[in-house]
Design a protein. Structure first.
Length: 155
């Protein structure tokens, strides 16, 4: 989930500095390479000198490698390069959306049945179902909101 990819100790400036270093070198740096590349980027940019190369989780390192590969292909094709920070954000958003969809797919029916049973108790009718379009839409919307709250609590 979202918290597993970015530990709380990761400084955003360090992440972007290291991402810029990866773009500059064209490879995912490890150990001394990351520090050397980050130092070169820090010296040639307005980023604060205390920023150092970050330790990335596996997902972020994979995303950075994919961005570097795509940028190499774009450079060979004389296309503008992708901004690393923007691409990281886009990839993270897409991964989070996919994770939520898997969560939603697995739990939508049980949550729906639980909420339907509660609504039936409130109406005093064991066979109650949303009647018209507006009732069905509102009930479906309430189920979706409940799923989002569950996901946020679990995630």
């Amino acid at each position: 989930m979202a918290k597993a990819d970015f530990p709380l100790s990761v400084n955003r400036r360090r992440l972007l500095t290291a991402a810029a270093a990866i773009t500059a070198t064209g490879i995912v740096p490890t150990g001394n390479q990351a520090n050397a590349a980050a130092a070169a980027v820090i010296q040639s940019s307005a980023i604060a000198p205390e920023a150092k190369a970050a330790n990335f989780c596996a997902a972020t390192a994979t995303r950075l490698a994919e961005i570097a590969k795509r940028n190499r292909l774009r450079k060979e094709s004389a296309l503008p390069l992708l901004p690393v920070a923007k691409e990281l954000r886009r990839m993270k958003t897409a991964a989070d959306a996919e994770t939520f969809e898997r969560f939603r797919y697995a739990l939508r029916e049980p949550v729906f049945q639980t909420m339907l049973a509660r609504a039936r108790r409130q109406h005093g009718d064991a066979a109650w179902t949303p009647k018209d379009f507006c009732e069905r839409w509102q009930f479906s919307r309430e189920v979706e909101m409940r799923l989002k709250k569950l996901y946020e609590r679990v995630g």
